[in-house]
Ligand binder design. Sequence first.
Ligand SMILES: *[C@@H]1O[C@H](CO)[C@@H](O)[C@H](O)[C@H]1NC(C)=O
Length: 499
Amino acid sequence: MARLQQRRAQFIIVVALLYSLFILNRLVKPKRLATTQLLLPELGRHTKFQLPPYLQSVEDAGIDPAESIALFDKNSDAEQGSRPSQKAKKAGKLVSKSPLSSRYPEDKYTDFLWRCRTGEPRAAEVFDTFLSLKYKIFEVRVESERYPMTYNPSIIALPPSSHYPFLIVARVRGGGFFQESVICEGKYIDEPFVNAYGFEVMNRLIGCATNPRVLTVPQTPARDCTGIDYMSDVPGYHDPRIFWSNTGAPLMMFNQQSRYGCFGLWLIDLRSVYPSLRYRVTRGLLNQYPTVMELTRIEGRNPIEKNYLMFYDADTGAGYVQYELRHGSRHFSRLIGNGLTTSNMTSPLEATCIGEDAIWHQATNAIKIVMCDYGQCEPEPENTVYLTFLHKKEIPETFKVQYKRYVAVWKATAPFEMIGFGSKHIRFDNEDEWEQKFNVEGRFLYTVTVAWETNMNRYEGYLNENVVISMGVGDHGNAAVVMPVRDLFTCMSSCRGQP
Ligand SMILES: *[C@@H]1O[C@H](CO)[C@@H](O)[C@H](O)[C@H]1NC(C)=O
């Protein structure tokens, strides 16, 4: 009997020991937060958020968009007397009501886009495969003792109340994965320079007028970097792009660890991280992005997202994010607050205007242009367009990446149909020299941003006004071109077929 009790006691001790080991193990082992435990805004809720009329009507009619294009053509026959079918009638109504209803800039505003002749505009020289614009690339100097090398500059014009005309943000080139970007205010600097013939000439550049200093933004956690785990810990944001919003807010879009994937695009109002801007922008202007806010993408999100751009409806002022634009596909959504977006709002009737199926990267911003010289017309949706640069990425046999820049233009009101796309890529006058000078690792000048050269306290600009096109030289230099925006509209193909 005593023996049995002893056995039982032993058994209890063993069980208690095992149990306490189990508890200890749970306590000591670091607990990993399952990714699904992160609270994320519910995206599905927004997928059907107020479809625009051009998408609604397609759904209502219950017909395939491709079919409706065909029917639209048939419908014109119908007008010439043949008996329209019930379906064609429906489609006819549909087409006239919506997809083509965004006001087209009248031909008189866009006729000059399709010209493709050397000397027209004066600055253009047309070659077989590219268009050379006779504007010089010059240096953008962002450096300090601590940061001797920076690249991929993004430049905007500061409001008239500023000491210096420009604001510049550039990436610091350093060792390892660590990412840093600096900010400074810039101005034109004319520097004496002895040319190849021994003459002293003036060299114009844009340089920092204030000491470049590190621009920090709050860090964010990655949701899931499976397969590229090291990236979830890379400190610092990258690819900063600065631009003005339509209401005059200084915004910065950048790439950082994503709450929806591994890397994503985030926005912040620069007034939050560069406070002296507060006193220079419209007084009392709401700060919609007081801290970092991630831009969502409902369809087709990749673990690593890049190169979004923002633009605004010229009628309603609503903001849009364009995620991609390439051969046969376009994707943009409307911003509904706090960085959240609707689902794809691209019209299914959008004609593909980019002929070549290649790797296309869009520059991060787009500018709004009124298609006349300043003072010659009143800005209206009918004469206003958006322009951005698109890069075709090529990796030729030399394994040196090349980016060829093209111009893309679309309407300023929903559904923002494409109007034209460059039929040739654009090179600047002395681009060869720049490529040779930096021909170390890569051979490319990447267009980072395009912005108006002077800040007139307005979002849109006019054909006769200058833009600053900022460019990264490989991964180790900064450059820019300043030119009238009109000359970028050269040698384009019309998205309506033959003009
Ligand atoms: C968005 O819609 C357009 C037009 O229907 C289509 O071309 C594009 O592929 C769509 N993109 C995504 C990611 O759904």
